[in-house]
Structures are given as C-alpha cells and as structure tokens.
Design a protein around this ligand. Structure first.
Ligand code: NAD
Ligand code: FE2
Length: 382
C-alpha cells in the first residue's frame, strides 16, 4: 500500500530564516498578519524580532497574545473573535507549540464555522474549506507544531487535552530560525528537547512507521541526542542542530503517528498543568521498557543513534537495555525528574488511565495496550 506524506509547502531553515517572511507574504499576495503569540514572548521582546521585520517592510499586523501553555478552548475562541475584528488575511504564529496549535484551530474555525465550539475539532477531521493561510515561527526546539498536521487543545471543563488531526492545518510556510530559540532558559530547552526526542523515538517505533518516516525520525534521534545537552548549556551551534532535529522529527511523526508516551502525558498535563516535555521525558523510558519486544531490531538503531558504542556486537536484549539506558542518562543529565511522585496522585489513577487509553495517539503504539496496562505503568511512576 502506498504511504501518504504531507509536508509544509515551504520551509526556511537556519539563522536568518525569519528575514524570509516578507518575501513569502508578497509571493502569496497576502496583506495583513494576525500574529498569535504569548505574553511572555512579547514581554521578553522575542515577538519583536518578527514584528520589526514586518514594520521594516510596511506589512501591517495585529497581535493576539492571550495564549497560555497547554492552550485552552477559551483561548481559541478569544482568538477567533480577535481575528474577525482584525481585518487580517493570514495568521503568523510566533511561539512554541501552544501559540502555533492555537493558531491552527483559529484558522480552521474562521473558514469552517461549524467547528466554533472548538471541542468538535477533536480527533481526525477533514474540513470543507481551506483554513486561513498560516505561517509559523517556532521559538522552542520541541513541539515541531510548525511541521505537523496535529494540534493539541485543552478542554478545561473536562480536564482533557484534545488531540486534533487535520491535514489542512499544517502551516503553509515555516521559518525555523535558531535565533528565535536561543533565549530559552536551560530547563525549557531541556523539556522541549525531550519532547522532540520523544517524537523521534515514538515516531520511529510506531505501528504506522514507513521507510521514509524512519529516515526522518532516526536522523532526528541522532541530531537531538548529540546536541540537546549542549543546547541546554546555551551553545549556539547546538541550537542549530536542535532546530533541525526537532523539525525533521515533526515531519516524521506527523506522517507516522506516535504512541502511548504521548497518550499518557496528555492527561498528566491537562490535570496537573505539567509542561508537556517534562511529562513525556519522565514517561518515555518506562514505555520503551513496556514496548521492548514490539519494535524488532529498532532499539539497536536507537541505541546507536543515541551515541552508544559497539551496538552491532550487543545481543538483542543488551541493545534494548542500551537504548533505554541512553534515554534515562540524557534525562538525568538534563535534571528531568525520574518519576511522577511530586506531580501526580494515585487517587486520580482511574481518570488518568481511561483518558490515556482513549487518546488519539494510543492506537499507534507498537504493542497492544489495555487500560490496566496503562494503570500499571502510571503506578510504577508514582
Ligand atoms: N502540534 C503538534 O504537533 C504538537 C506536538 C507536540 C506538542 N504539542 C503541544 O505544544 C504545547 C507545548 O509547546 P512547547 O513545549 O513548544 O511550549 P509552549 O508553547 O507551551 O511554551 C512554554 C513556555 O515557554 C516560553 N517560551 C517559548 N519560547 C521561548 C523562548 N525562545 N525563550 C524564552 N521563553 C520561551 C513561552 O512563553 C511559555 O511560557 C503543548 O500543548 C503540547 O501538547 C503540539
Ligand atoms: Fe509532543
């Protein structure tokens, strides 16, 4: 069976990528930008790096900055109203996964108002009308939301992160510029980088992985493993590798899917507001252990891409242990907590497990899983 692949129409990579925004605006005949970002990025003048360029080229814009981490349905609705009042004809998202995901939802609802309640966007949706054109400038080396057909919105009433999948939601243009990421504090670089590593590893071993997605996700593991620690310490070259590594991880998992690390981390973030990357990083090695007999020889390749030596000489079991150990060591070096003891509470276990089981990423897991398996995995972390 042939495999379908969806990528951005255009993407720019490397230092200075954001300078290409005016050319893309002109080339596409667009007039006014609706910028979706967050308040911290405005206060830190990171959004200014983009608006300064728009001003220089006399491209008008409005700013909407009411996006919180793990963005809510309420923020999307406010953004829809603000877009309607703005007179803009395209959206420019500047931020991590939260602003980019919010922008995707806004762009869909504007041209497909039947989704105005936001919650009906959950799951796989084929929308009738093309969303508002979306440009994305990532400021974290993490979510790769600029490269994916996914967006994740929190339904606060039901304490649930809704995974939304819509092929038309992928930004038409992405500007992946490491200079937009370098201001991240160490703990944010670590957490968002571990999210990217989780995308690469889950995307590599997921049921729907293909030869093309494998090339992307395996290269991403190599790039991220070799540069994340240095990037967290502020090394500029390492940020360039992280910017690319997280992006190609996004290209891979957007087309192949994920697994139960993400299914289990979504309820943790929805319930306790834990940063997405931290939740993933804690859960990842435990789920790798759970999946160890379901991924053929792929753990050996993961171990090699993580920098383990002499992997060809290892037995099957030794190679699996090496891959899991390498992920644990990187997490420890980045000072990520080992378990959920200070985050989650056993009394919420039934809600968390059920929510994880019905998450849209769960069917991609390489090993079949029951609610009881998920419960045991959570309990082993508490
Ligand atoms: N669409 C997808 O494919 C996809 C994939 C993975 C995760 N996600 C979602 O993305 C969200 C997480 O996104 P994220 O991890 O990129 O973080 P985020 O967008 O939630 O941002 C977290 C914090 O980091 C700050 N920040 C961002 N860039 C910064 C910079 N350069 N310097 C200083 N501070 C900066 C923000 O102001 C914010 O306070 C979650 O909701 C997650 O579920 C989406
Ligand atoms: Fe993620």
């Amino acid at each position: 069976m042939p495999h379908k692949f969806i990528f951005n129409e255009t993407s720019y990579h490397g230092e200075g990528a954001i300078e290409e925004i005016p050319g893309e605006v002109k080339h596409r005949g667009l007039k006014k930008a609706f910028i979706v970002t967050d308040n911290d990025l405005c206060l830190a003048k990171i959004t200014d790096k983009v608006t300064d360029i728009l001003e220089k080229f006399s491209i008008p814009f409005e700013i909407f900055s009411e996006v919180e981490p793990n963005p809510s349905t309420e923020s999307v609705s406010k953004g829809v109203d603000a877009y309607k009042a703005s007179g803009a004809d395209f959206i420019l998202a500047v931020g991590g996964g939260s602003p980019i995901d919010t922008a995707k939802a806004i762009g869909i609802i504007i041209t497909n108002p039947e989704f105005s309640d936001v919650v009906s966007l959950e799951g796989f949706k084929n929308v009738k009308n093309r969303p508002v054109p979306l440009f994305a400038v990532p400021t974290t080396a993490g979510s790769a939301a600029e490269a994916t057909v996914f967006f994740v919105i929190t339904d606060s009433d039901n304490k649930k992160k809704m995974v939304c999948i819509c092929h038309q939601s992928i930004p038409v243009a992405a500007f992946v510029d490491p200079s937009m990421m370098i201001s991240m504090p160490e703990c944010l670089t670590a957490a968002t980088g571990m999210d990217a590593l989780t995308h690469a590893i889950e995307g590599y071993i997921t049921k729907n992985a293909t030869p093309l997605s494998d090339i992307l996700t395996l290269s991403a593991i190599r790039l991220i493993a070799s540069s994340l620690k240095d990037a967290a310490e502020g090394n500029k070259d390492a940020f360039s590798s992280m910017a690319l590594g997280q992006f190609i991880a996004g290209m891979g998992f957007s087309n192949a899917g994920l697994g139960i690390v993400h299914s289990m981390s979504h309820p943790i973030s929805a319930f306790y507001k834990t940063p997405h990357g931290v939740a993933n990083a804690i859960i990842l090695p435990h789920v790798m252990e759970f999946n160890r007999d379901a991924a053929g020889d792929k753990y050996r390749h993961i171990a090699k891409a993580m920098g383990c030596e002499n992997t060809d000489a290892l037995s099957e079991d030794e190679a699996k242990d090496a891959a899991i150990e390498a992920v644990k060591n990187l997490s420890a070096a980045l000072k990520i907590p080992k378990d959920l003891r200070d985050i989650a509470s056993e009394e919420d276990i039934d809600f968390l497990s059920e929510s994880a089981f019905y998450d849209a990423c769960r069917p991609g897991n390489p090993r079949e899983v029951t609610i009881d398996d998920i419960k045991k995995l959570y309990l082993s972390l508490m």
